[in-house]
Design a protein around this ligand. Structure first.
Ligand SMILES: Cc1cc2nc3c(=O)[nH]c(=O)nc-3n(C[C@H](O)[C@H](O)[C@H](O)COP(=O)(O)OP(=O)(O)OC[C@H]3O[C@@H](n4cnc5c(N)ncnc54)[C@H](O)[C@@H]3O)c2cc1C
Length: 413
């Protein structure tokens, strides 16, 4: 019997993870990525709860552990660089701002891509332009390639997924959260430590610095957008050069390490920026086209769950496809298992993101007092829980019995 084939759009976390699992279940997998080559950029992301279990089942937990950033916890920095409060990393799958498994997004994506090497075809510098569902398959047109037929197509191309836009229409909404984030790599200096250091200034501005394992430091500039504040067009409509100019204006005069990060903008070739938001989709499939990862349910970086959801979602979608003959049953199972987990992750802590990025000097003072109390010994547990997303609240199905060898024969257990 011919092996089923799938086209996956997006080679970050969800796409390569989905390809990895589907290959294990005997599918032919192709991933198309818009960027001209594998994207190395991105910062520390957390792998929590059930996502850790998926890595174990994939046999990748040790590989991921060897690639972690070594971040030892989170420190909030006040005036003159003084430490206001600190929250050490906790030895738990789920708790704390710094999770036990912190890895750079690019390093994690690379691990999934390498794990499927030789089995999944990766096509860089291309994207889907048209999809025609024939009832028995999907005929796909590419920007740079010839038309091709696939049994299924999955969009794993992030919050702004244009592939999703081709099929899902107005039912999917991207709700802005009122915050912009810019990520870049900066040269490491002697003042850098293995702590995640987080500095705020009134006006909803934030600068954070985090360690990596490549001899550099990862910086993020964040800003809250207020009703009536005129920040021109949103980040996702600016070019990289426009974004740099915008940040130089917005952060001029900001203290602590802001000038150093602004200086690094000129040479930042991996800068990534976004207006953060959440994706709400009443359904994650239309006919033979499905969504996974941020394209389906982006919960935003504030949730601390984006990557964990992508890993778990890819595992469940692949497993359900392997477990059902009819893709409609598979998509229904995928929705049933993932929907409650996603809904929980999308519930952000009360007041987020503004509470951690105050607009006024008074608000900033109150935040610092609150953080000091939360980090004090008696309240430490509460402090860790403040940053603890619902990462374990899913029962992961076991699909091990569906794994196959290259000839499509079930593996002995
Ligand atoms: C370069 C980069 C850096 C990031 N840095 C951070 C970070 O520091 N912190 C954080 O919390 N989150 C970051 N994210 C987002 C984070 O990876 C996701 O929230 C999470 O891991 C879920 O991943 P995903 O695979 O669903 O989507 P994403 O990680 O957003 O990946 C989507 C992929 O699809 C590709 N793509 C987009 N449109 C198309 C198209 N039309 N056709 C083909 N391919 C397309 C993109 O280039 C990207 O590789 C980053 C994402 C990227 C792409």
């Amino acid at each position: 019997m011919a092996r089923p084939n799938v086209l996956i759009s997006g080679a970050s976390v969800a796409g390569p993870a989905l390809a990895f699992w589907l290959t294990r279940y005997g599918w032919d997998t192709t991933v198309v990525e818009r960027a001209p080559a594998f994207r190395t950029g991105g910062q520390n992301i957390d792998i929590r709860g059930a996502a850790r279990e998926v890595l174990r089942r994939a046999g990748l937990e040790n590989t991921v552990r060897e690639a972690t950033t070594g971040e030892v916890g989170t420190r909030f920095i006040g005036n003159e660089g003084k430490i206001v409060a600190e929250f050490p990393a906790v030895k738990s799958d789920t708790e704390g701002a710094t999770a036990e498994v912190e890895i750079l997004r690019g390093d994690l994506a690379r691990i999934w891509v390498d794990a499927g090497a030789g089995q999944t075809e990766y096509r860089y510098g291309d994207r889907i332009t048209v999809m025609r569902d024939t009832g028995t398959g999907v005929v796909v047109s590419f920007e740079n390639g010839t038309d091709q037929r696939f049994d299924l197509v999955v969009a794993a191309d992030g919050i702004g997924s244009s592939t999703r836009g081709l099929v899902f229409g107005e039912d999917v909404t991207v709700r802005p959260i009122g915050m912009e984030m810019t990520y870049l790599t900066v040269p490491r200096t002697d003042s850098d430590t293995d702590w995640w250091r987080w500095y705020n200034e009134p006006g909803g501005l934030g600068v954070t610095l985090r360690p990596d394992r490549h001899g550099t430091t990862r910086a993020v500039l964040t800003s809250i957008t207020y009703a009536g504040s005129d920040s021109g067009k949103p980040a996702d409509r600016r070019t990289a050069e426009e974004q740099k100019t915008h940040l130089r204006d917005q952060f001029s005069g900001v203290g602590w390490e802001a000038p150093r990060v602004l200086d690094a903008l000129a040479g930042a070739d991996d800068m990534y920026f976004e207006s953060i938001g959440q994706v709400h989709a009443p359904t994650w499939s239309v006919g033979r086209v499905a969504l996974v990862g941020d394209a389906a349910w982006c919960a935003s970086p504030i949730s601390g769950m984006g990557t964990s959801l992508a890993i778990v979602g890819a595992y469940v979608l692949a497993g359900e496809l392997a477990a059902h003959v009819d893709h409609r049953d598979a998509f229904a199972g995928y929705d049933r298992i993932m929907r409650p987990y996603v809904n929980q992750a999308q519930k952000l802590p009360p007041g987020a993101p503004r509470i951690l990025n105050p607009r006024t000097r008074v608000g900033l003072g109150a935040l610092r007092v609150g953080l000091r109390i939360a980090s004090s010994r008696p309240a430490k547990r509460l402090g860790a829980q403040m940053f603890s997303p619902p990462a374990d609240n899913i029962e992961l199905p076991d699909y091990t019995h569906l794994e196959q060898n290259a000839e499509g024969v079930g593996l002995p257990r």
